[in-house]
Design a binder for this molecule. Sequence first.
Ligand code: PHE
Length: 467
Amino acid sequence: MSDTDGAAENRGQWSSRWGFILAAAGGAVGLGNIWKFPYITGENGGGYFVLIYLLFILLIGLPIMVAEVLVGRSTQKSPVGAFKSLSSPGSLWAVPGWLGVLTGFIILSYYSVVAGWALHYTWFSMTQGFAGMNADEIGNAFSTLFADGDANIRWHLIFMVLTIGVILGGIQKGVERAARILMPILLVMLLVLLGLAITSDGFGQALEFVFKPDFSKVTAAGVLEALGHSFFTLSLGMGAMITYGSYLKKKEDLVAASGMITILDTVIALVACLVLFPITFTFGLEPQAGPGLVFINLPIAFSQLAGGVFWSTLFFALLVLAALTSAISLLEVVVSTFIDEFKMSRLKATLLCGGTITLFGLPSALSGSPESYFGSGFKEHSAFLFEGETGKNWFDTFDHLASNWFLPIGGLLIALFVAWRVGDKAREEAFTTGSRFARWYGLWLQLLRYVVPVGVIAVILYKIGLI
Ligand code: PHE
């Protein structure tokens, strides 16, 4: 904390560029990469979905990543304060900041439920293991967990307590230390599993499924999902990267750091697919298994593997760690906004926000529980967003709303703000200071000015059915 660069009291700073990259990549890599990306790739038919997703990452995600880190680093504030300080007082530009806080609040509330499943699976792997269970039994074990309201609530609470605990440690002590230790472990674990997958019979088929586009499978819902997921997986569109950037020292190369975070996140998502689909095909399972994909197909493989108890414990522990570093970044956005905007202490802000999010997540924890099915009212109110897929409960409704609508809209507003509202001189200076990639400024600005808005708006119009 020697070089405070004017960061407000009460806040902290990363001790080095790698501290920032690891923490931000730890925030970006999470359930989105390992649980969600493989299952939505499976549901959307593989290759074309992956291709479109990669294009969105490169042309839309990366430019917005740079924009968010830039806004955070130049203002040294969390989203709401950052938008305010770059626009005029009372300006409507604080709205995207607050939208981001709301989105972070919503995402964490159900994210914690899925992380809870991973906790349950880690516990189950350690204490019982899947050996001796057949495919049906393993499938039923997931359905049983999903429908067990008590278990879901218990794990959700445990996970939220863990998250709140790290945030209470403060930015540098808590988040950075966690990310420093967890990120490299996560990478190594995934590579070991990839090594196993490569030698399996289904690897060739999996490669084809993931990388060979079949454009007859393109749907508007799939394209929107790919767009939403490119934001979700990179933690964009809700100010997480603004908040992380706000703890970055002014002399750091933000373009290089943004590129590094994007590459790490994308590689891990692709590796997760290349771990999961070979197993799926080797055992003759379905790629369209839905949210249970990771929780059913992998244990089936583990049940047949020598040392399965070890591998499954390792894998689900990895998933919990990845989820924890993401959950930390979600809560940090909400908490740091409360600290900055309402001059609250970290303790008070964390307990207040963490507690409210935990409560808001309870109906999600009960979404699969037949006796206490909270979500039915949402079906009618949100029908227009889903076109025929209205069987969604509280969990699905908020996942769909936050990742496919709020994040792209938030990202669009951030892009418009940085590209058109922030002054030319300040923007160029912020981009080029300390950067080895200063000459890419023009290209980045064009992407942010035209490609991002046209892309996001086109996808939304396509989904609504207007083009
Ligand atoms: N990127 C995280 C993941 O892939 C989720 C996340 C979204 C975290 C938005 C922070 C903000 O799991």
